[in-house]
Design a protein around this ligand. Structure first.
Ligand SMILES: Nc1ncnc2c1ncn2[C@@H]1O[C@H](COP(=O)(O)OP(=O)(O)OP(=O)(O)O)[C@@H](O)[C@H]1O
Length: 260
């Protein structure tokens, strides 16, 4: 079986700045995989290369064995990829349900014309997707907020709405960018349970960028540590936490931040 996700020598450069340097790793189907490293290491840039928001300068990205580097996010959705962002980009004046339904655009049958005249097929699809979106909100304890404008919800709940939007795409591979950032402890525990359920019940492979090492240790089977755009090491979260190279990368960065 092909790896769910395989990166080979992925590099990214903006002008003269090397943001990623020949990063390679594979993510096995059904695993929960962590991508960690100090601020500015290149984690979000790497996510952007996988999700089609950036095109790598060189190297290959494969999903389920198919080369996809440079493909657009909508094409990648058809390969089973969905993602969340460090800062959820919701339509704040639309309702929570409408925001979740935005995740369904890749699953809609027919073209623009068929939707503009609202055929029986599009009406049926719309009804089914609304029901699915409401069920996802219920499962994520957000059913009560479905008809509220998104701007009435807290930052933590925005992250939950964004997760539901990604799940409505029915992904096999889900990228979560700092899902715990800004969440209080109780919500982090809830997030850990949610991600475990995604794997156990929905068979979704999850890749997480996160600074919260408690979450990484609790959830992941395997981590890659990035530093200065390059892979520093890979192994279990426990191996990463005790690796002198990783400790030095974090302390060096914190020391520089403290001095700034
Ligand atoms: N579009 C861009 N143009 C120029 N430089 C960029 C661009 N995107 C990212 N970078 C640079 O790439 C480097 C890595 O940034 P990135 O956000 O990927 O790091 P990160 O590991 O996700 O950091 P953090 O943990 O703080 O979110 C930074 O130096 C950043 O300034």
């Amino acid at each position: 079986m092909a790896a769910q996700l395989a990166l080979q020598d992925v590099s990214l450069q903006f002008g003269g700045i090397k943001v990623l340097r020949e990063v390679s790793f594979t993510v096995e189907p059904g695993s929960i995989f962590g991508l960690v490293g100090p601020n500015g290491a290149g984690k979000t840039s790497l996510f952007n290369c996988i999700s089609g928001h950036y095109t790598p300068t060189s190297g290959t990205v494969r999903i389920d064995g198919n080369e996809v580097q440079g493909a657009r996010p909508a094409t990648l959705a058809r390969h089973g990829l969905a993602r969340t962002f460090q800062h959820p980009a919701l339509q704040l004046h639309a309702t929570v349900l409408e925001n979740v339904l935005l995740g369904a655009h890749t699953r809609l049958p027919g073209g623009a014309l068929e939707w503009s005249v609202r055929t029986p097929r599009t009406r049926r699809a719309e009804k089914e997707l609304r029901a699915e979106a409401l069920e996802l909100l219920e499962r994520n304890e957000l059913g009560w907020a479905a008809h509220l404008p998104a701007d009435e919800l807290s930052h933590g709940l925005h992250k939950g709405v964004e997760l539901c939007r990604a799940l409505l795409m029915k992904p096999q591979l889900l990228l979560l960018d700092e899902p715990a950032a800004g969440l209080p402890h109780a919500e982090v525990e809830h997030l850990i349970a949610t991600v475990r359920r995604l794997r156990a019940e929905d068979d979704i492979t999850v890749v997480i960028v996160e600074h919260h090492m408690g979450l990484i240790a609790a959830l992941t089977d395997h981590v890659v540590v990035l530093d200065n755009g390059a892979k520093l090491m890979e192994g279990t979260a426990a191996e990463a936490q005790s690796d002198p190279r990783v400790i030095e990368a974090y302390i060096g960065k914190d020391g520089a931040d403290d001095a700034a």
